[in-house]
Each structure stands twice: as structure tokens, then as C-alpha cells.
Design a protein around this ligand. Structure first.
Ligand SMILES: Cc1cc2nc3c(=O)[nH]c(=O)nc-3n(C[C@H](O)[C@H](O)[C@H](O)COP(=O)(O)OP(=O)(O)OC[C@H]3O[C@@H](n4cnc5c(N)ncnc54)[C@H](O)[C@@H]3O)c2cc1C
Length: 562
């Protein structure tokens, strides 16, 4: 007779508070809502809580959320959370504070990467406690709570395509397990699939099906993302799935328009790469860009917007009141109105080894040189010296994020200081982070190595002196440009390619109607623009979301006129 299988152990929510009455009250409220799925563990001081955590770790238990009081005599809540992070880095962290300690809690956001500070008292818990814990559990389940993912990528450490496949899965928040082809496990899997390391990268799906060097569309389809529109005619087609496009899709679909969103790579756009957006209204503790994007995506789907990924729009044709959008890999769809929300893409660094046009031999892109945050490799920079190029907020955020793992982060800035280009709060955070070194008046002029990046040549802008430094990971954030050259000439743009709209349209833009264009309406009636791709836009998440939502209001007006 076989023994019955043990019930899976519940993940834990651990609370620590030195005031027994408060400690009991937190545990009671948490049990009331979460006891069915989570085990609530209570401790009355930091050292005891850490002992408990060590036992839990040895027993193989997982912790989803810590709720720690700020003021505790033996060990403060911040000290406890810092130590607890070593044992359970993926657990979400909440600090309980009195109103008078709010400033300390805000500082803790950086020290222990706090997810939330909760003011005491938290009555009624339905309004003040549960929404916070719900959101954190959702985030934990989305990342840390996952068991080892079953999708496997077997690839070469220094292969650009392997890197692209990882980036694609990561940016679509599809969990995977990355295995080096030259590791024992890699050999075993390739042998089992009847393949060898000439067929890389190989993706093994959850059902055990090996895919040899799959395209993004093939991957998306196999992994459950929609790649085909469900209909061939829509009221509204939104092109681009960043915050602007997602907002337009949410508002369009929720207001009854048959809405499709077309995204070339992954929903979230640039915002999906942000490790922490701190200035988006309603998130006082900041929010990770990929989480924001994931929520927006689900919201759009809830309202039945049709979201299709890995389909790049390459042509917009105008046939009377019908607009036809053509895709790069063939196929098309028709619609009555369009919101262009294609954002911007990174500019390439003019340095040897960093050009995409160089081809696979001399370009080190994906082999140590990365445009953007490349979160899928950023996690692997433990104890390394990494370089970040750029002086704006995106570079600053990346430096702060990398500094949590890397031995040292070198921020290479062309200008004489960060002040002109970076927000004050980020400059302060960087100054307070001892393992970030800022190199002003400096440029990277060459990246070189063997199979992967090994060295950089830096040039001092004041003396013109060059220095070679060892570096295996370089992250580049040097501004961005719109990719609008596929749009028809009838859509007026400024001299940098940003789309003109509403009152910014010039008299010679070719506007064909007697009525003036609506706000956000381009020189083609019924084609609107929102977010970073719009000329003179603010280049902020909130602005893109606002414009995406507002564009839908004008879409309604346009549709009512036609
Ligand atoms: C690392 C980083 C950190 C940032 N941090 C902050 C911050 O803290 N706060 C803040 O306010 N802003 C921040 N920003 C800026 C913010 O992310 C952008 O302003 C915002 O994402 C713009 O949204 P968007 O929808 O206009 O375009 P994007 O986010 O650029 O999205 C455009 C989308 O369109 C898709 N697309 C492009 N062309 C096509 C096509 N032809 N067919 C189909 N799809 C297409 C792209 O793949 C992309 O997904 C940050 C940006 C970066 C890169």
C-alpha cells in the first residue's frame, strides 16, 4: 500500500511586531482572509522571526510576504527585512509604521526595496490591509511564487539569438528555465530531443516538445499568447502595446468599441523594462513596469479587447473611411479608426561592437552588450563590474537596480554631470549607493572581446585620453527615436519622425476636412496618436496613459461623424 501523498505546504505570510496586542491583531486579520491558502506565522521580535525563517528555509517552506513593525527594540523592522531578504529574496516586504515614522519608511524603500509601508491602525482591513496584501500576493505569485518553470531554453552563452529568445520570453512574462548547452543538463536534454548543439537555441515547451530556433510568433503561439486577430474588421485598431496603447485598448473596449491591439514584441513597451516606476500616480511605493503592464493587459482582456503580439504593423492604407493595417509577416486587418501608440526605440551607440548592422560576427549585442534593461541577464551580474551608458532616468534606474547584485556599477555619462538629464530623486539615490561610480565627461567608443564582451575602451571627453577596462556586461540607454517610416506620407511628422497632431499640425500638413482636427488626431482623419511617438509628448508613463485614454474620447467623436 502506498502512503497518501502529503498535501502541498501552504506558502507563509510572516508578521513580526513586538507589541503582543498589535501582533495578535495583524495575525488575526490576515488569518481571516488568507488562512485558506496561506499559513500565517507570527513572531514578537526580529531575532526570533529570523530563527523561525531559518527553520522554514531548511524545511523547504516558501514565504510570500513579510509584515514587519518599524519600531522594535531588539532589531528594527528595516534591519529584520534586510536580513530576511537574504533568506527569502522573492518575498514581498511591508513595513508597519506610525504616522510619525513615515519618513523612515520612505527611506526604507531604497534600503530594503520595500514594497509598501502600511500606516497603523489599518482599520477597516477590507480597505487598508487586504488590497495591499492582495496586490503583493499577486505579484509574488507572478514571480517568486512560481515553481521551477517547465519551459526550457537550451542555448549558447554567447549567442545573439539565444539572448533574443530569453528576452522575448522575459518581456512577455513567460517563465522559463535557462540551460547552457555545454552543461551536463543541456547535453542530456539535447540528446533526449535527438539534437546536438548545432541546432541552438532549442526551446522545450511545457509539454516536452522541442522547438529548434523558433521565431517569436511561433513561440508566442505555442506558449499561449494570441498572434492572430479574431476578426477581420474592428471599430478601433491600436498599434503598439506600451502604456499608451494599453490605455487606449482598455478605454476603447470598455466603452463598447470592437478593439484590437497590435504589438510587435511584448505588451508593456518601454515601461515594461522599468525596474521601478516611482512617479506614476497612485503608487506611492513605486511599481515595477512589467507588473503595471501585466495588470493593464489583463484589464484590456477583461473588457474583451483583442490583444495580438509578435505582429509588427508595416503599412497603413487608407481606403475611404476604412483603414487597412498590414503585418510584416503577411496578413492584414481593416478598421474604422486607429490609435498610433508605437512609442520610441533605443538609439544605437556609435561604438564598435555595439551596432546591430555589424552582423553576428563583430556585433556583441546579446553577447554582453544590451540595449535597455535586459532584466533577463541583469539577474546574472552578481559580483561583477558592469557598465551602464546614459545620463537620463532610465540609465539611473538601471544602475540602481543592477547595484543590488553587481560588485560595482559604472555609470558612463557623456555630459559634465547628471543634473541636466536625471531626476533629482534618482541622483540622490545614486549618490547614496556606494557601489555606483559615475564617470562624467566619458564615452564608450569600443566594445570588444572573443565569443562575448570582454573589454571596453573609454574615452575622456576633456583630455581625449582612452582607457581599456575589463567588462562583460554593458547596458546602453542613450535616448530613443520613433520608428514611423512605415507610415504613409499623408500622416504628417516632424523632422525627427514624431507624429504631429491636433493644434500642432501645420497649415501645409494636408488636413482634408473643413472641421479642425481633434486633439491627438493626425493629418489623416480617424487616425490618432498617443504617447511617446507624438511630437512634443512628455515621455512619461502617466502622459502616455492619459493620451491613450483621451484619444478614445475623440475616436468616439470621429466615429459619430462618419
Ligand atoms: C528603462 C526605462 C525606465 C523608465 N522609467 C520611467 C519612469 O520611472 N516613469 C515614467 O513616467 N516613465 C518612465 N519611462 C518612460 C516610459 O516608459 C515611456 O514614456 C512610456 O513607456 C511610453 O509609452 P508608449 O505607450 O507611448 O510607448 P512605448 O512604451 O515605447 O511602447 C510602444 C510599443 O509599441 C510597439 N511597436 C512599435 N512599433 C510597432 C509596430 N510597427 N507594430 C506593432 N507594435 C509596434 C513596441 O514594441 C512597444 O511595445 C522609462 C523608460 C525606460 C526605457
Amino acid at each position: 500500500m502506498t502512503a497518501p501523498a502529503a498535501a502541498p505546504r501552504k506558502p507563509i505570510i510572516l508578521t513580526v511586531d513586538d507589541d503582543p496586542a498589535v501582533s495578535r491583531a495583524v495575525a488575526r486579520d490576515l488569518r481571516r482572509k488568507y488562512a485558506e491558502t496561506y499559513r500565517i506565522v507570527r513572531a514578537e521580535n526580529g531575532p526570533d522571526a529570523l530563527d523561525t525563517l531559518r527553520e522554514l528555509k531548511l524545511r523547504g517552506d516558501t514565504v510570500a510576504v513579510f509584515v514587519a513593525d518599524y519600531r522594535m527594540p531588539a532589531m528594527s523592522g528595516i534591519e529584520f527585512l534586510e536580513a530576511a531578504m537574504d533568506l527569502y529574496p522573492m518575498a514581498r516586504r511591508v513595513l508597519l509604521t506610525a504616522y510619525a515614522d513615515t519618513h523612515a519608511a520612505i527611506d526604507a524603500i531604497n534600503v530594503v526595496d520595500l514594497d509598501h509601508y502600511l500606516l497603523k491602525p489599518w482599520d477597516p482591513p477590507e480597505e487598508k490591509l487586504y488590497p495591499v496584501i492582495d496586490a503583493l500576493l499577486e505579484a509574488w505569485n507572478a514571480d517568486g511564487g512560481h515553481p521551477m518553470p517547465n519551459t526550457k531554453i537550451i542555448g549558447h552563452r554567447y549567442s545573439r539569438r539565444s539572448s533574443e529568445v530569453r528576452e522575448f520570453l522575459a518581456s512577455n512574462r513567460l517563465p522559463y528555465h535557462w540551460i547552457f548547452a555545454d552543461d551536463d543538463e543541456g547535453h542530456r536534454l539535447l540528446e533526449a530531443a535527438g539534437l546536438d548543439d548545432r541546432a541552438l537555441p532549442v526551446v522545450i515547451t511545457e509539454t516536452g516538445e522541442p522547438l529548434v530556433d523558433p521565431s517569436n510568433t511561433e513561440l508566442a503561439g505555442r506558449l499561449g499568447l494570441s498572434t492572430e486577430p479574431r476578426a477581420d474588421f474592428y471599430d478601433l485598431a491600436v498599434i503598439g502595446g506600451g502604456p499608451g496603447g494599453l490605455a487606449a485598448a482598455v478605454y476603447g473596449a470598455s466603452e463598447g468599441l470592437r478593439t484590437v491591439l497590435i504589438e510587435a514584441v511584448a505588451t508593456g513597451g518601454q515601461a515594461g523594462q522599468s525596474s521601478r516606476i516611482e512617479n506614476y500616480l497612485g503608487f506611492p511605493d513605486g511599481v515595477r513596469g512589467d507588473q503595471l503592464a501585466d495588470r493593464a493587459r489583463r484589464q484590456a482582456e477583461k473588457f474583451s479587447a483583442d490583444l495580438i503580439t509578435t505582429r509588427e504593423a508595416v503599412a497603413l492604407e487608407l481606403h475611404g473611411n476604412t483603414r487597412t493595417i498590414r503585418f510584416a509577416d503577411g496578413g492584414s486587418l481593416d478598421c474604422r479608426s486607429v490609435v498610433l501608440a508605437t512609442g520610441v526605440s533605443y538609439r544605437e551607440l556609435d561604438a564598435d561592437g555595439c551596432h546591430s548592422r555589424d552582423g553576428d560576427d563583430s556585433s556583441l549585442i546579446g553577447r554582453g552588450v544590451y540595449y535597455g534593461a535586459a532584466t533577463y541577464v541583469a539577474a546574472e551580474c552578481e559580483d561583477q563590474e558592469v557598465y551602464v551608458v546614459g545620463g537620463a532616468n532610465s540609465a539611473g534606474q538601471a544602475a540602481m537596480n543592477l547595484a543590488r547584485k553587481a560588485a560595482r556599477v559604472h555609470l558612463v555619462v557623456r555630459g559634465p554631470s547628471l543634473e541636466a538629464s536625471m531626476s533629482y530623486y534618482l541622483i540622490q539615490q545614486i549618490e547614496a549607493t556606494p557601489n555606483i561610480e559615475v564617470h562624467t565627461n566619458t564615452r564608450v567608443c569600443r566594445a570588444f572581446g572573443g565569443e562575448g564582451l570582454e573589454n571596453l575602451t573609454l574615452i575622456d571627453g576633456t583630455t581625449n585620453q582612452t582607457t581599456d577596462v575589463g567588462c562583460t556586461q554593458l547596458f546602453i540607454f542613450i535616448g530613443a527615436q520613433p520608428r514611423t517610416d512605415w507610415l504613409p506620407d499623408a500622416i504628417a511628422r516632424d523632422d525627427r519622425g514624431f507624429v504631429l497632431s491636433g493644434p500642432d499640425l501645420k497649415p501645409d500638413s494636408g488636413w482634408p476636412l473643413d472641421r479642425p482636427p481633434h486633439h491627438l488626431e493626425t493629418s489623416v482623419p480617424g487616425v490618432f496618436v498617443a504617447g511617446d511617438v507624438r511630437a512634443e509628448s512628455a515621455k512619461r508613463v502617466a502622459a502616455a496613459v492619459g493620451e491613450g485614454s483621451m484619444a478614445v474620447m475623440f475616436v468616439h467623436r470621429y466615429l459619430a461623424e462618419t
